[in-house]
Design a binder for this molecule. Structure first.
Ligand code: BES
Ligand code: MN
Ligand code: ZN
Length: 487
């Protein structure tokens, strides 16, 4: 679906479908009036008969004299329209549009003013919700569902000054689609080698990009004992995939993003229960999200330097697998006692984070589907951010609010650190039941002491039901964060 900005008057718009909004309290609609012909009369009859009253969630399709579909979306009470409601309304409209015979759609919802949502936010929401609704996973299907076709184009009416918001949001949408593709592909396809090859195609596609891949032999030489321990039970050998983008002077410190790339998490010898184990194909969504943000950055050619690091590893039980009780030496030199082979994410991240600091980043973020406890704490609404740097969590949270990709802070107080103490190594890899998300963050903090670092746990937000699959979160937040850093 090609998304463009339009400044054309609604009556001159030739798209097959026009989408407009209607607040509950209004007894007429200026867009419908502007269309002219008999449709205004019909709409007022519908309002009078209460066939449509503009409640949030309602929609009504009429036809104008030119035969265009006019989809009117209920926006409810103007004072009460929040980001979520606007996002869901647009999402639903585009999903409906994809089930009609319409190929081209023009959206005039932004002719309305929203009390609680800024113009900039609203433009981005419309692009992101539309693109999200139009996405279809078809990679491993022979049968393609024709009842939901792809729309050819979507023109969004915006004020002249907001064209840049469309450009930014389109790049985010491309990044989100990339992340969803990587997340949804099955673990027998999207393995470490696949991720490396996919990264290569990205590096070739965009300007100012470079790719470097460390294989397991190189990592062994370097001493990445924690990462390699996780991978040693799998025939799919680990890879460290490093994408570099240079959009600024080479003396400018890069921003580094590290994403957990467990291409499948069985739990290892501490085997997970069978129920829903298939969902552990999504355990590389941290990797998918940083690659998505990389694509958005390269597409926008932002004036920053960016390094995206993905440790891509499969966690399998096997005769050679690492075991509970093992003590391994990480790349940093710190030793780790493995108490649970299912706490593998932190094992690969600690080595990737140590490696990332060799690039002397100005900001270092890691993204990971790290703990089930995060889903318990925040559900599927917010990602969790943890940091020891003042102000960094706020920057992450604010970026999320700008694009409705929300994040909430959890504390990394030193008092939690002692849960990682052990007699047999510098630390153990689990902190017990209380505050499981925080103790995972504490573990990582031991490897990032000199960096301007934040950890973001996306276990609850990166995917949802089996039906929708990977959400592409938090690519929008990350991209907005990078845009804010660039400006
Ligand atoms: N990838 C999982 C976390 C996860 C589980 C995310 C379910 C989303 C849904 C991670 O590797 C893991 O297994 N974590 C353990 C840690 C524990 C052993 C300390 C967990 O959360 O149970
Ligand atoms: Mn695990
Ligand atoms: Zn995992």
């Amino acid at each position: 679906m090609k998304i463009t900005a339009t400044h054309q008057h609604i009556a001159e718009q030739n798209a097959d479908m026009l989408i407009i909004g209607h607040f509950q309290s209004d007894d007429s609609n200026k867009e419908i009036e502007a269309l002219g012909g008999t449709i205004a009369q019909e709409f007022s009859t519908r309002l009078k008969n209460k066939d449509f009253s503009g409640n949030h969630g309602e929609s009504l399709t009429l036809f104008n004299d030119k035969g265009q579909h006019i989809m009117v979306l209920g926006l409810g009470n103007a004072d009460k329209l929040r980001q979520t409601a606007l996002y869901e309304t647009i999402h639903k409209a585009v999903a409906i549009a994809a089930k009609t015979r319409c190929e081209t759609v023009a959206n005039y919802i932004l002719t309305n003013d929203f009390v609680d949502i800024s113009k900039e936010q609203a433009v981005k929401l419309v692009v992101l919700a539309s693109s999200h609704a139009e996405y279809r996973y078809e990679d491993t299907k022979q049968y393609k569902d024709d009842s939901k076709h792809h729309l050819e184009s979507l023109a969004i009416f915006v004020d002249q000054g907001l064209n840049e918001m469309i450009t930014q949001a389109k790049a985010m949408a491309t990044g989100i689609t990339t992340a969803r593709h990587l997340g949804n592909n099955p673990p027998n396809i999207a393995n470490p080698k696949y991720i490396a090859q996919y990264a290569e195609s990205i590096a070739k596609q965009y300007d100012n990009c470079e790719l470097e891949v460390l294989n397991h032999k190189q990592m062994k030489k370097m001493g990445m004992g924690a990462l390699l321990a996780v991978g040693q039970g799998s025939h799919n050998k680990p890879k460290m995939v490093v994408l570099k983008y240079s959009g600024a002077d080479k003396n400018q410190a890069p921003i580094a993003l590290v994403g957990k790339g467990i291409t499948f998490d069985t739990g290892g010898i501490s085997l997970k229960p069978g129920l829903n184990m298939d969902e552990m194909k999504y355990d590389m969504c941290g990797a998918a999200s940083v690659i998505g943000a990389f694509v958005a950055t390269a597409k926008l050619q932002l004036p920053i330097n960016l390094i995206t690091i993905v440790p891509a590893v499969e966690n399998m039980p096997d005769g050679n697998a690492y075991r509970p009780g093992d003590v391994v030496t990480s790349y940093s030199g710190k030793t780790i006692e493995v108490l649970n082979t299912d706490a593998e994410g932190r094992m690969i991240l600690c080595d990737a984070l140590t490696y990332a600091q060799e690039f002397k980043p100005s900001v270092l973020l890691d993204l990971a589907t790290l703990t089930g406890a995060c889903v318990v704490a925040l559900g599927h609404q917010a990602s969790a951010v943890m940091t020891k740097t003042n102000g960094l969590a706020k920057q992450v949270i604010d970026a999320g609010l700008q694009v409705h990709d929300r994040v909430w802070e959890l504390p990394l107080w030193d008092e939690y650190q002692k849960q990682l103490d052990t007699t047999f190594a510098d630390m153990k890899n689990t902190g017990g039941f209380p505050a499981g998300t925080i103790t995972a963050g504490c573990f990582l903090s031991r490897f990032t002491e000199d960096a301007n670092w934040a950890h973001i746990d996306i276990a609850g937000t990166a995917w949802n039901s089996k039906k929708e699959g990977a959400t592409g979160r938090p690519v929008a937040m990350l991209t907005q964060f990078l845009i804010n850093q660039a400006g």
